[in-house]
Design a protein around this ligand. Structure first.
Ligand code: PMP
Length: 367
């Protein structure tokens, strides 16, 4: 059997594993930070209508610049952040992972480096590797908050071309304030003019306001967002960014022509028509997230404060064994490789009850 390493593959990909959260068929799946609520029927009907209309024109390529969609995304950002965002400041792609890949293709690449403060979203490192960008693992505090001084020192020392700030951070759930972003932006510009990417995939779930207004007057600052979490549309694959229009021009140098299908654009536009209903679910999930934090703490777990739709909890001597024990109760959570910790996504109240019961049972067995 031919193995990957038998192929004439790039050296930096030899012996590596792909991104792979387990997709197991268990009753309660709380492992990939998805939204547990299916799209409402009225929205499903609207998607069918919009997609039918798009289907009538599938003989043609889609709008290459996705202007209508970017206009609606800009309106959504303006409405929810209170900061006016224009169509020219917004770019969209197939999931925010593709947005991040396009940014690294344009601003990273061979001979360049990117830094993230780990543990953080593992795809930042993986997309860096995939684009030939050197990866620098920056520090984070023991309590999983960002260590601003240590981060500034790491930026000054390594002079990266791209700086990732994930807020709220996956998998820890911790968020940063505007002052922290400004300090790291200044440090990054002092080291060399570099691109600072604030990954706000979970922005809608935060107790804090969005960091998006910081893009004003800072052409090297980008905020990336997604419809996978707050909009409950992970299957849609739609991510976007807001930044100076020059950044939008830059990613167009590397994007594949017609990367965003007409079906995707039509579906995303339909979802944006139902923003208010979908944001109602976000409010329910925030309350459930806070309940998970409270109840896990009441059980004696160490729980990291969360601004996302998931909660990091521990501390377990053998987190892999605890992960398996929770799975044996029919509940799938995530082991992100953070020593002693696991991560659970906020689900429906019933799913969260099943999870809390499972943890209670497992803890009783352990102690
Ligand atoms: N950023 C972060 C921090 C994430 O956790 C995720 C999804 N797990 C993404 C980006 C990518 O999401 P998508 O490609 O679905 O937009």
């Amino acid at each position: 059997m031919t193995r990957i390493d038998d192929l004439p593959i790039r050296d930096e990909l030899r012996g590596k594993s792909p991104y792979g959260a387990p997709q197991l068929d268990v009753p309660v799946r709380l492992n990939t930070n998805e939204n547990p609520y299916p799209l409402p029927e009225a929205l499903v009907a609207r998607i069918a209508e919009r997609v039918a209309e798009a289907a009538r024109h599938l003989n043609r390529y889609p709008d290459r610049d996705a202007v209508e969609l970017r206009t609606e995304l800009a309106a959504y950002l303006t409405r929810t952040t209170g900061h006016e965002v224009t169509t020219g400041q917004v770019w969209a792609a197939n999931g925010s992972n593709e947005v991040l890949q396009q940014l690294l293709q344009a601003f990273g690449g061979p001979g360049r480096t990117a830094i993230g403060f780990e543990p953080s979203y593992s795809m930042h490192a993986l997309i860096s590797r995939g684009t030939g960008t050197g990866w620098i693992s920056g520090p984070r505090r023991e309590d999983f908050r960002l260590d601003v001084e240590a981060a500034e020192r790491a930026i000054a020392e390594h002079r990266p071309h791209v700086v990732f700030i994930c807020s709220p951070n996956n998998p820890t759930g911790t968020a940063v304030d505007a002052e922290t972003v400004l300090r790291l932006y200044e440090a990054a510009q002092a080291a060399r003019p570099s691109l600072v990417v604030v990954d706000e995939a979970y922005g809608e779930f935060s107790h804090r306001p969005s960091l998006l207004p910081l893009i004003e007057g800072r052409p090297n600052l980008v905020v990336s967002r997604t419809m996978s979490k707050a909009f409950g549309a992970a299957g849609l694959r739609l991510g976007y960014l807001a930044a100076d229009p020059a950044v939008v021009d830059a990613v167009q140098l590397v994007r594949l022509p017609y990367h965003l299908s007409a079906v995707t654009q039509a579906t995303a536009l339909a979802a944006l028509e139902h923003t208010d209903t979908l944001l109602g679910y976000v409010e329910q999930l925030k309350a459930e997230r806070d309940r998970l934090v409270t109840e896990l703490r009441a059980m004696g777990c160490e729980v990291t404060d969360s601004d996302a739709n998931f909660v990091q909890f521990g501390r377990f001597e053998d987190s892999a064994a605890t992960w398996r024990a929770i799975l044996a109760h029919g509940v799938l959570v995530r082991d992100n490789g953070v020593p002693g910790r696991l991560r659970v996504t906020a689900g429906t109240p019933q799913e969260n009850d099943a999870f809390l019961d499972a943890v209670r049972a497992v803890l009783k067995l352990q102690f």
